[in-house]
Design a protein around this ligand. Sequence first.
Ligand SMILES: [Zn+2]
Length: 94
Amino acid sequence: MFKRKPKDVGKRSGRPPGSPNREYLDLIVLPPACPRCEGTEFTPRAQTRSLEVTGCVPGENRVYNRIVWSKARCVACGQWLAFREYQLVAAAAE
Ligand SMILES: [Zn+2]
């Protein structure tokens, strides 16, 4: 299980009901190529879910405030791949 309890990850109220009530901060950098065949062409990604969470991408001097999970298949070998994307989304005026 990947579960860490950071001290402060910028908790926000207004999380939509049904969203996971945890902070996932274990980060996996997107693979530049299919780990199985090293192909670099993927089908269009289909978003599976997203989570509003603030953090810093490890190894990069870049902050994010949303993680988006998506899935796609490698065009070459058909392997399903799960992606995590770290986005910095401008906060809407609240
Ligand atoms: Zn592949």
